[in-house]
Ligand binder design. Structure first.
Ligand code: ATP
Ligand code: MG
Length: 625
């Protein structure tokens, strides 16, 4: 059964805006034009005068607007210039030449400026009638200047996420197509700044000048454009660099329950890049504004903010802004990667990102799937993380290393979003609540963490020094459980337990104290040589710090050799062990001297006391006489 009404009954109202009254012949031509475009034969033309057009006409009907006016043409020329000058000039270009070229090439485009009207509005989403030819990802602009992006297209409706406030929007508000894809401003001036999901500054330090914008959605580099991972991206965290090394261009997931130190690992990694010429981008998604402020302060305090951009869509921002934030951050990262620089980007966290996407999708009427997430939530994250890569030298050799963060519920790695992101990334650092509360911080679970490609980027010295650390730790954890209640253990088992305890202590690391590769190698060599086995657990950390300081002061050449060679060749390993032994002897001598001093002091005190007592006795006996 057809519901279409016969076209003869429809009357189409069109409006013609003019400066000089059109002749009858012109009016007739306009009516013919409308009939032709709309397919409706009964057209009523309303005439309105508007002198501000300067000349020409504007014709509006349905969702269409055709602009033949002088002001429209000037506007088109202006847009064309603006678009051309948005891109930075190449060295052999100058502005005058470009403008000349653009004017000579200029042709007026008479095309319909399609518009539509809001038919439903709420929670950062608008559903529109009209804008029939809008494309996926296109920016729409509303009457009040608010912008939105097309996210859903059905036969007769267009769903759009809003980038601004909804306050002045209502059902019936007009929206215009822009034919542009959503983008964010990018540039060097963003370094050291805090911006919102659309790149607008929110740190109160004034506007950011930028001439370039990049689309927020961009295809990932192709296979040919990429190079394999072979340079380390050092986190400065011993537990990670030694066992789960990360390479530039890698995607390593940080996963764990709430409050297990996920953000801290990311922030310490940024702090470790302060002298490494790496651009860092921290994307905060759905976090408290106060948490973000604290992070910015930590970075500033550690002098790590100058090469960092913080992109923040807090919990109070709308779901669309939280959804867009990681893509905006990645667009900014790509700007630097394409200039040949290394970038580290942190998405904190993608669980909240998935939740924002779920609420948008449900409002747009997409069918919910597992855990009520839409079916394409896997694609959402793979499309984002695939953009992190290492470019080949032909493309400048830049890289983006991504550290996405995922929050699990009660350590459940097999939930929908965690399994998705685990399968997209090149490995994961799994943080465990139990370890965290035992005081083992960072709480890296050695058994469940892995880095699939970073080994290729680890320095030879580190690889050698780390040795069988991972296996030793795994064995220790297992044995510790089994021997919990055993009373008499054989010597080998006792030694293994002692050594395991030392290794666990060595891997503890306070916040904001990244270790250099050299310090990590020395620490690992000392621990793995079993020299520290007889230390009490509480003594291990102070021992490590004193040892590193001692070697820095007395054997600086060892650190220098390590920096230069990056391997333990030419008996460097043995020399380091010697230095450690020397420190142990020094420490023992110092302890002995301290002991001696203490004994001496005690002896003196005892003697003084004895003298005192005798004196008193004497006085008493004299008094008695
Ligand atoms: P959330 O789930 O709330 O985002 P999170 O997993 O990101 O938490 P953090 O905020 O990084 O965890 O850390 C939680 C707390 O643990 C913080 O107070 C932090 O100072 C502390 N913490 C984290 N790592 C360490 C560490 N290595 N040493 C000491 N304290 C730490
Ligand atoms: Mg956190």
């Amino acid at each position: 059964m057809s519901v279409k009404k016969p076209p003869v009954e429809e009357v189409l109202e069109a409006e013609l805006v003019y400066v000089t009254m059109p002749s009858d012949r012109q009016t007739g031509a306009f009516i013919e034009f409308v009939k032709d475009k709309s397919g409706i034969s009964n057209v009523k033309l309303k005439l309105t005068q508007d002198k501000s057009l300067g000349g020409g006409f504007i014709l509006r009907f349905g969702a269409h607007e055709f602009d033949w006016s002088t002001s429209g043409r000037v506007g088109q020329l202006k847009d064309k210039f603006a678009r051309r000058l948005q891109h930075p000039l190449k060295h052999d270009e100058n502005v005058i030449n470009i403008l000349q070229e653009e004017i000579l090439d200029f042709e007026v485009q008479i095309q319909s400026k399609e518009s539509g009207f809001i038919s439903w509005l709420g929670d950062g989403i608008a559903i529109l009638d009209g804008v029939d030819h809008a494309m996926y990802g296109e920016v729409l602009i509303f009457e009040n200047g608010t912008k939105g992006m097309v996210m859903n297209i059905t036969r007769d409706k267009v769903g759009c996420i809003l980038f601004g406030r909804e306050e002045n929007l209502r059902v019936g508000t007009k929206a215009m197509r822009t034919r542009e894809r959503a983008g964010v401003p990018v540039g060097d001036r963003f370094l050291g700044r805090v911006v919102d999901a659309l790149g607008a500054p929110i740190d109160g330090q004034g506007p950011i000048k930028s001439r370039e914008t990049r689309p927020i959605e961009q295809p990932a580099p192709g296979i040919i454009d990429r190079k394999s991972v072979n340079e380390p991206m050092e986190t400065g965290i011993l537990a990670i660099d030694s066992m789960f090394p990360i390479g530039k261009g890698q995607r390593e997931l940080i996963i764990g329950d709430r409050q297990t130190g996920k953000t801290s690992i990311a922030i310490d990694t940024i702090i470790n890049q302060r002298n490494n010429d790496v651009v860092c981008i921290y994307v905060a998604i759905g976090q408290k504004a106060s948490t973000v402020a604290k992070i910015v302060n930590t970075l500033k305090r550690n002098d790590a903010m100058k090469e960092t951009i913080v992109v923040s869509a807090t919990a109070s921002d709308s779901a669309p802004l939280q959804y867009v934030a990681p893509y905006s951050g990645t667009a900014m990262a790509e700007y630097f990667m394409n200039k040949g620089r290394d970038v580290l980007i942190i998405y904190d966290d993608l669980s909240k990102h998935a939740v924002a996407y779920r609420s948008i999708s449900l409002l747009l009427g997409r069918p919910p799937g597992r855990e009520a997430f839409p079916g394409d939530v896997f694609y959402l994250h793979s499309r984002l993380l695939e953009r992190s890569s290492r470019l080949s030298d032909d493309f400048g050799g830049g890289s983006i290393t991504a550290l996405p963060i995922i929050e699990t519920q009660a350590g459940d790695l097999s939930a929908y979003i965690p399994t998705n992101v685990i399968s997209i990334t090149d490995g994961q650092i799994f943080l465990e609540s139990d370890l965290f509360f035992e005081g083992q911080r960072p709480a890296v679970n050695v058994g469940l963490s892995v880095s699939r490609v970073g080994g290729a980027a680890q320095s030879g010295a580190m690889k050698k020094a780390a040795g069988s650390l991972r296996i030793d730790l795994a064995q220790y954890r297992e044995m510790a459980v089994f021997t919990q209640f055993a009373s008499d253990l054989d010597k080998t088992t006792q030694d293994q337990l002692k050594q395991g305890r030392v290794l666990m202590e060595i891997l503890k690391q306070p916040l904001e104290h990244p270790l250099t590769m050299e310090e990590q190698v020395v620490t690992l060599l000392a621990a793995n040589s079993k020299l520290l086995m007889d230390l009490e657990p509480a003594e291990v950390k102070p021992f490590q710090m004193d040892m590193l300081k001692y070697i820095q002061e007395k054997h600086e050449e060892l650190y220098q050799d390590l920096t230069k060679r990056r391997t333990l060749g030419g008996n460097l390993g043995e020399r380091i062990i010697e230095a450690v032994k020397e420190f142990m002897a020094f420490r023992e001598a110092e302890a002995k001297a301290a002991e001696e001093e203490k004994k001496q002091a005690e002896k003196q005190a005892a003697e003084a006391e004895k003298k005192d007592a005798e004196e008193k006795k004497k006085q008493a006996s004299e008094g008695g006489k």
